[in-house]
Design a protein around this ligand. Sequence first.
Ligand SMILES: [Zn+2]
Length: 69
Amino acid sequence: MTSTLPVCRYCDGLITDPDDAVYLGHEPGNSGPGWGIWAHRAHADLVGPDPVASRGLLRVLLARASSGR
Ligand SMILES: [Zn+2]
């Protein structure tokens, strides 16, 4: 049991119904264990294929762009 309700990654709304919550993955925190990524069942497909992987890819592209100068 968790004391806080999950927040939808797509609409930033609280997911109050456990049956409506879809777990998308885990996002590591900068100074902590990180947190889970959740979405409403209806919004899960709208978030994207993998938000964590997309952030990692963005980091790689930014590092490449800055090291090229
Ligand atoms: Zn939502």
